[in-house]
Design a protein. Structure first.
Length: 390
């Protein structure tokens, strides 16, 4: 693990050095391309970021030749019928970014394939998603994504960076643990976080590590251990934070999620409601995160068989989504489906069908044709017709 850290740092510094040497080559705007395959879920996440920011968490290989990217995209389609191929078309304004923040360089001299005209970007390069369009190629399975490299003074990027630093915090090793969690390397992450906990020098650092250990155990289905770690994190938070602080709400939410996973719905409800009270004070009344909180509570009531209560909270969430989201947003479709599911549980199949079909119409507009949410939607509608004897 430590050797990998040295390798990453060395490669990053080599890119910085090459970028400085090649400065004259990057004296005006240019375009590079990257082709790859994405799963339906990954593509949907990308689609939802349109207009927002996209970070590549590894070293990013691109080419100045569109054909090279097309070859990679087509190869991804050949490998799996489930893949969606994407051509990233990346516009770079060299004057808007510094070598310190976003190093990149021609590496043709060092590349195994000289003809690719490869430009390599360092880790965590951030782009703005300008547009996403489906093409006619490969029966609609090829999409073009227009990206612009973010400028150093991009306000959203500056704010996001500050938020991430607050969220991840800690040393470089703590950030490495966070990355391991993201990619699902739970054993290595647990080993690292336990070592960091032994050497923790402050309550703030320990609180952060306990929170990450709780997340790790929850992801592995070790729910009792997860609750224990979250409660230790909460205990430290409550020493210094006011009872209505948003960080407490996040921890309450995570504990509620664990209890919901355990099937302890009364406990889940208790913690979700604690989080919700804080969210109500801290967030605007039409904030999407408030809608998510309503949905969490609704899910618990549904799991408890209290369908009228579940419906009440789902409808509150839906009203917020209608005001806060565009009419073709998948979250709006999901809220229709949640409401449809409750009506189905209540035996009101005509109402269930009405809401499922509203959700399906949005999914069909917003999602690629092979997205799993479409299959789920069709399955739910089929289940209702089956219950109706049709």
């Amino acid at each position: 693990m430590v050797k990998m850290g040295f390798f990453i740092r060395s490669l990053h510094r080599q890119l910085e050095h090459l970028h400085e040497e090649q400065a004259k080559l990057f004296d005006k705007k240019f375009i590079v391309y990257r082709g790859q395959g994405l799963s339906s879920d990954d593509f949907q996440q990308l689609f939802d970021t349109k207009g927002g920011l996209l970070s590549f968490n590894n070293f990013l290989s691109t080419s100045t030749k569109r054909k090279v990217a097309m070859d990679f995209a087509n190869e991804a389609l050949r490998k799996s019928l489930e893949n969606i191929a994407v051509i990233f078309i990346m516009t770079i304004e060299p004057d808007a970014v510094s070598n310190e923040n976003t190093p990149y360089a021609y590496i043709e001299e060092y590349s195994a394939v000289k003809t690719e005209q490869e430009i390599l970007f360092s880790m965590h390069t951030v782009f703005r998603v300008v547009d996403i369009e489906q093409t006619a190629a490969n029966k609609g399975r090829l999409w073009e994504v227009q990206l612009n490299l973010t400028a150093d003074n991009d306000e959203q990027l500056v704010n996001l960076t500050a938020t991430i630093n607050d969220e991840i915090g800690g040393s470089g090793w703590s950030r490495m643990g966070h990355l391991m969690l993201k990619v699902g390397d739970f054993n290595q992450a647990e080993e690292l976080y336990n070592e960091l906990l032994k050497n923790s020098s402050s309550d703030n650092e320990s609180q952060h590590i306990y929170h990450k250990l709780g997340l790790l155990e929850n992801n592995q289905g070790k729910y009792q251990e997860a609750v224990s770690f979250y409660e230790q994190s909460l205990k430290i938070q409550r020493k210094t934070l006011p009872e209505d602080h948003s960080s407490l709400a996040s921890t309450y939410h995570m504990i509620g999620q664990v209890y919901n996973n355990m099937g302890d719905y009364s406990k889940a409800l208790e913690y979700y409601e604690k989080a919700h009270k804080i969210f109500e004070k801290a967030l605007p009344h039409n904030h999407p995160d408030l809608a998510t909180s309503y949905i969490n509570i609704g899910q618990v009531y549904k799991n408890m068989g209290d369908y009228s209560k579940a419906l009440e909270y789902y409808e509150r969430a839906h009203k917020i989504y209608e005001k806060a989201l565009p009419p073709s947003h998948p979250d709006l479709a999901s809220s229709f489906s949640f409401i449809g599911g409750v009506y189905s549980n209540m035996g009101d199949y005509s109402k269930a069908l009405e809401y499922y079909e509203k959700g399906l119409k949005i999914f069909e507009k917003a999602l690629p044709p092979n997205h799993p949410s479409l299959a789920t939607s069709f399955s739910c509608i089929g289940g209702v017709y089956s219950n109706m004897g049709d």
